[in-house]
Design a protein around this ligand. Structure first.
Ligand code: MG
Length: 403
């Protein structure tokens, strides 16, 4: 039996258009408008990057859009794997540029996809891949036309009702044997044809058989401003809120002294907390809780006890640092809750001042700051007044980047 060459699917994302129909926007052409918190093209690229059968991706962009494109792929996992080339004056020329950029990459097939179809799904890609496996050279995803079709005349009158039997609307990714579509595109360019609006038309013109594949109703093309607004609303509606909680725990030893600092408040006492910094167990536990909400390690990673610069440091700088990390990651701090476990001193008289201190350090309202205290019923190391412990919980809502 003859051995088949291994299939390798290259992806061309066509993103060089100016998208005039979507109106002007400070965010640039429609493929760079934000839906669900990130640019349209980032959603599209994300779908193909996540598909295991993608061997290589080339995005064809407009030379004016380099900065927009770099921003769009900046946050994309695997974005560095996407190659880029510049398009031409027409969509057809842009696709040819993308095809040339894939030469020498060993791809056997190519999927040519509009950047402004961000809802392409894996089921559709798999249906097309099954067609490749069945040795089809050209595959076109389509949806049957469902509206009744009319032909009108220049005067705005209906001339006839057109039967919709056998009529389909074309989607992308249109998929081809790589050498066959390169040959068809080059032949079209050589014969001066530059008015094809999709790649299947070029394949048809070149005499290739194009096989219809069931498209996806979700795989819509964002053409008008309202399409972009609807896509944004759809993503925001389906996105789950990204709420995360983190916990933290800390203990410091009590030694003879003149007072302890808890939640940034100094309380005169016949003992002191031993530690490299001001040994504020409450703020240390809360710092860990905040760092935990974005996987940023723990307080020791950021402020090693071996570093002399943190000797006697006020612990609010650790907490402020953690809050900055959380906010930089897109987090909004919703709640901070600390339980102190201490036999003495009494926390009750200082609770309000402690909550106000947390509110000030974290820059959140007082009702989001909670301080509670309990004794350890005279048992254990806390009960013997050998140390003070603190447990903290932080709740943070993050901006959702991956609906
Ligand atoms: Mg500590």
């Amino acid at each position: 039996m003859q051995q088949c060459a291994k299939t390798a699917i290259g992806i061309i994302i066509v993103a060089a258009g100016r998208g005039e129909r979507a109106g002007s926007s400070v965010e640039g052409p429609k493929q760079y408008r934000r839906i669900g918190g990130k640019p349209v093209i980032a959603h599209t690229l994300g779908r193909f990057l996540a598909w295991p059968k993608t061997a290589r991706i080339v995005t064809v962009i407009h030379p004016d859009d380099v900065a927009l494109f770099e921003t769009a792929r900046g946050d994309l996992a695997g974005g560095e794997k996407v190659a880029v080339c510049f398009g031409g004056a027409t969509r057809q020329q842009s696709v040819l540029a993308g095809l040339k950029a894939l030469s020498g990459s060993n791809v056997t097939h190519v999927m040519i996809h509009d950047a402004v179809r961000p809802f392409v799904d894996e089921d559709l890609l798999e249906r097309i891949a099954a067609g490749i496996d069945a040795r089809e050279a050209c595959l076109l995803p389509v949806m049957p036309v469902t509206d009744t079709l009319k032909r009108g005349d220049a005067a705005g009158l209906v001339v006839e009702t057109v039967s919709r039997a056998g009529l389909f609307s074309a989607q992308t990714p249109q998929t081809f044997s790589y050498p066959a579509i390169v040959k068809a595109h080059e032949a079209a360019a050589e014969s001066g044809r530059n008015d094809f609006t999709d790649d299947a038309s070029i394949a048809e013109w070149a005499g290739l058989a194009v096989r219809l594949v069931e498209g996806s109703p979700d795989n819509v093309k964002l053409t008008l401003q309202k399409d972009i607004a609807m896509a944004d609303a759809r993503l925001n509606r389906t996105a789950l809120p990204d709420v995360r909680t983190g916990n933290g725990y800390d203990v410091h030893q009590l030694v003879p002294g003149d007072g302890v600092t808890l939640c940034g408040i100094f309380i005169p006492h016949d003992q002191a907390l031993k530690g490299h910094s001001d040994a504020d167990v409450a703020l240390h536990a809360l710092t860990d809780a905040l760092l935990a909400t974005c996987g940023a390690g723990d307080i020791g990673d950021h402020f090693p006890p071996s570093d002399p610069q943190w000797k006697d440091a006020p612990s609010r700088i650790f907490l402020e640092h953690a809050a900055r990390i959380v906010r930089k990651a897109g987090g909004t701090i919703m709640n901070a809750d600390i339980s102190l476990i201490a036999e003495a001193p009494k926390i009750g008289p200082h609770r309000q001042a402690m909550r106000e201190k947390l509110s000030e350090i974290l820059a959140i309202t007082l009702d989001r700051c909670s301080v509670k205290a309990t004794t350890n019923e005279t048992i254990g190391f806390v009960g013997r007044r050998e140390g003070i412990a603190a447990i903290a919980t932080a709740t943070v809502v993050f901006a959702r980047e991956n609906p």
